[in-house]
Design a protein around this ligand. Structure first.
Ligand code: FA5
Length: 348
């Protein structure tokens, strides 16, 4: 073969080899193409062996063509190897991937306790009627809880509210408040009329637990003191909050009662929501459920706090929030409101 034939052969082997390298789809196929075009039995090797047969002056030209062909194939093979190795690495990363995700938890969104919800709704209703929200301490002095409210020491009405005393100061002078009415006294001491306040809060009595009574419960107190306040204002106010909470079909009823700090006093009830007034076990077949007490502020209370009873009149009311929640949601035992059992609470 002439030198020109050998150069042409080297170039055509380089082209073929380049195609084979580019077509190699795996590292094994690439190794095979390298063996075929760069190995000992490759066509290039044959060209090298044939150099001896051409005249010496032309050998260098064939040598250069051979080196160029080899260098090109080696460079292409190295590039292709890099590509194939990267591809193999990516494939093995996917194949060997470990899913370390920890199973997600189903967190339920919490919500307000039904007592808190109704407590806030009551505040909203009364704020809407122009009242302000007041607070008082849960550990109270006998003066505020009883004496200023016209329960003198030894008064039989004290026995209506079985009191828990705290061992502090003079015996039987510090107690857990038995109702929210002491806030009336604190507000009237701190503020001159006109006064329109509600005071929701926790109260305590030595009561035995039953379906409607718990030793710890919640009340909301209302107090309005102004010139010309009448019993009609009291009745209208109670009726409007009952309607706001239960709707217009529910009616409020007032019966004469006694509280030392109001005169006249009444007990108010609403139509039983369980039987709609026709009589059932919940309302003891009366069609009515008692909610709380109310009345016109007794002049003795005004005098105890320095409000002029000749100029001002006022009404006060107080009722159980827990009892209201029982009625609103049909809760048959008050203990459910204290147990904290999520199976019960989830229903609200
Ligand atoms: C009072 O506590 C008076 N302070 C209410 C009042 C305020 C009268 C202002 C006049 C003027 P009584 O003891 O009746 O009243 O309680 C009022 C309401 O609290 C009851 O009608 C009932 O709804 C609720 N209640 C009373 N005891 C308990 C108890 N142990 N557990 C749950 N709710 C109770």
């Amino acid at each position: 073969m002439s030198a020109a034939d050998l150069v042409a052969r080297a170039e055509s082997v380089a082209r073929e080899g380049a195609e084979a390298i580019a077509a190699a789809g795996s590292l094994d196929a690439l190794a095979d193409a390298e063996r075929r075009y760069l190995g000992r039995s490759s066509p290039l090797h044959e060209v090298r062996e044939a150099i001896k047969t051409v005249e010496p002056a032309a050998r260098a030209e064939v040598g250069r063509a051979l080196s160029a062909a080899r260098a090109r194939l080696e460079e292409l093979a190295a590039g292709r190897r890099t590509e194939l190795e990267a591809r193999a690495r990516a494939a093995s990363l996917v194949a060997e991937r470990l899913d370390l995700t920890v199973g997600g938890r189903d967190y339920r969104r919490g919500h307000l306790h039904p007592v808190t919800r109704i407590w806030r709704e009551l505040e909203d209703v009364f704020v809407g009627l122009g009242y302000r929200v007041a607070e008082g301490p849960e550990v109270e002095l006998d003066w505020y809880n009883f004496e200023a409210l016209n329960f003198p020491p030894g008064h039989p009405a004290r026995a209506m509210q079985d009191t828990l005393y705290v061992r502090l100061g003079e015996p039987e002078q510090v107690l857990l408040r038995t109702h929210t009415s002491p806030v009336q006294v604190r507000v009237m001491e701190a503020q001159r009329p006109p006064i329109y306040v509600v005071a929701p809060g926790r109260v305590f009595r030595r009561d035995t637990l039953d379906a409607r009574h718990s030793p710890v419960f919640h009340q909301i107190e209302g107090l309005a003191v102004d010139e010309g306040i009448t019993l009609g204002d009291l009745l209208g106010t109670i009726e409007s909050f009952v309607h706001a909470l239960f709707g217009r079909d529910v009616r409020a009823r007032f019966l004469p009662s006694f509280f030392p700090f109001t005169e006249p006093s009444c007990e108010f009830a609403m139509t039983c929501v369980f039987c709609e007034g026709s009589g059932c076990a919940v309302c003891s077949r009366t069609g009515w459920v008692e909610l709380g007490g109310a009345g016109m502020v007794d002049p003795n209370v005004f005098e105890a706090v320095g409000v002029d009873p000749e100029r001002y009149t006022g009404f006060a009311f107080g009722f159980g929030i827990d009892r209201l929640v029982q009625l609103l949601y049909g809760v048959d035992h008050v203990k459910h409101l204290w147990d904290g059992d999520v199976r019960f609470l989830r229903q609200f």
